[in-house]
Design a binder for this molecule. Structure first.
Ligand code: NAD
Length: 379
């Protein structure tokens, strides 16, 4: 018997509902043609929740997220809520979700589809075929460490300070995610810190090295300083498979890697928590982009980042690698066929709306699925 896979959909604001609609059609497709048994529940988050309930995330929606097998998230925010008190801002809903679900590992793939290699600011041959994954620690480090604040020194001058702090379990659990991922990819991890100048960096390196020796010696491990990593990302990005790093360096390096790929509208992400008693991790999947108020409601949004976030869900929450490959291959084929939303337009390509892009990817999934059936029948 197939158990239902419970997914909570939080479309959010701006283009969130437009791109989520295309992911929802994809989920329906998986149920119809792959017997995937996804059970969808919808909820409000961000400005939409604030308008309806006076808070950007209700306790009920949070409880639904905790009970779901995975959360699919659109985007939140927009000028409409600029004057809302800080604690109720749309973004606060997302931050609360991440905190309560203890989503400590943020996975940001940077993949360049061949058809878009020319869209990168780097030379096509440097990025063509790029496929790397940044694993950023998301719930500790300098963004949360104490003491933090400002004070006045005895000489009357002021100072500001934050604290970079990591415990052994915090480093171990995120490194474990990176090693496990690498085993399913090209089997290589770069652990990134500043062990040359930071005590917490020396400690990070020590813990990662010990874990590698004890449990993951089959994976190729390299240590790299964060400044060198930034340089290598734009010089020779294809040397990387999985990069694991702390919250601060991950914030900077993942945006740097994102730009190698050309457009925000193409970039998915996953945030994973610790495995529960049933072995399943809490998980939230969302595009990297925001709510894009400048194009909301005009069918201009690129739905690919949202679709690829769903394919990450298939891969990492439901172990459905074949279906995830199908989604990714369909996107690749549609791009190769010359269809583009406005954000990724190039010469000699056809501009299409959000919905037409969604139609094309679904059609291509059907085609690939039938080809797979025919190949299986001929074996
Ligand atoms: P943004 O990502 O929303 O938009 C940046 C630019 O990229 C805009 O020109 C937009 O039109 C374009 N863009 C983004 N996604 C696109 C897509 N799928 N297709 C085509 N073009 C796309 O960032 P911003 O303008 O800095 O922020 C807008 C709002 O979104 C703010 O309120 C911000 O706080 C919020 N935001 C939310 C999240 C989130 O929900 N995780 C992330 C970032 C920003």
């Amino acid at each position: 018997m197939t158990t239902n896979r419970k997914v909570l959909m939080l479309a959010g604001d701006g283009i969130g509902p437009e791109v989520m609609h295309e992911a929802a059609r994809m989920i329906e497709w998986m149920n119809d043609y792959r017997g995937a048994a996804f059970e969808i529940q919808e909820g409000l988050c961000g400005g939409a929740a604030y308008d309806a309930h006076g808070t950007s995330l209700t306790d009920e929606t949070l409880a639904d997220a905790m009970a779901a097998d995975a959360v699919l998230f659109g985007s939140v925010g927009g000028p409409k809520w600029d004057d809302v008190p800080r604690d109720e801002r749309p973004e606060a809903g997302l931050l609360r979700l991440r905190k309560e679900m203890d989503l400590f590992a943020n996975l940001r793939p940077a993949t360049v589809f061949d058809a878009l290699a020319e869209a990168s600011t780097l030379k096509a041959d440097v990025v063509s075929g790029l496929d790397l994954m940044i694993v950023r620690e998301l719930t500790a480090g300098v963004y949360f460490g104490t003491p933090r604040g400002t004070d006045r020194l005895p000489d009357g001058t002021r100072r500001g300070f934050d604290t970079e702090v990591y415990t052994e379990p915090e480093i171990e659990r995120v490194a474990r995610v990176a090693f496990e991922l690498a085993r399913k990819r090209a089997n290589k991890v770069h652990s990134v810190e500043k062990a040359n100048v930071m005590e917490s960096g020396v400690f990070w390196r020590e813990i990662v090295t010990a874990l590698h020796k004890a449990e993951y010696s089959d994976v190729e491990l390299h240590h790299m300083y964060a400044d060198n990593c930034a340089m290598q990302l734009v010089r020779q990005p294809k040397q990387f498979d999985v990069i694991v790093t702390n919250n601060l360096f991950g914030d900077v390096l993942s945006d740097c890697a994102a730009m190698l790929t050309g457009s925000l509208g193409m970039l998915p992400s996953a945030s994973l928590g610790a495995p529960g008693e049933d072995g399943r991790r809490k998980a939230l999947y969302e595009p990297v982009h925001g709510s894009a108020p400048d194009i909301a409601g005009q069918s201009l949004a690129n739905p690919v980042a949202m679709m690829l976030s769903y394919s990450m869900m298939l891969r990492y929450s439901f172990d459905m690698a074949e279906e995830a490959d199908l989604v990714e291959q369909a996107v690749e084929n549609v791009l190769a066929g010359g269809l583009r939303t406005a954000d990724i337009m190039q010469e000699k390509t056809a501009k299409v709306s959000t919905g037409v892009m969604g139609d094309a990817v679904l059609r291509e999934m059907g085609k690939l699925d039938r080809q797979g059936d025919r190949r299986a029948a001929n074996i």
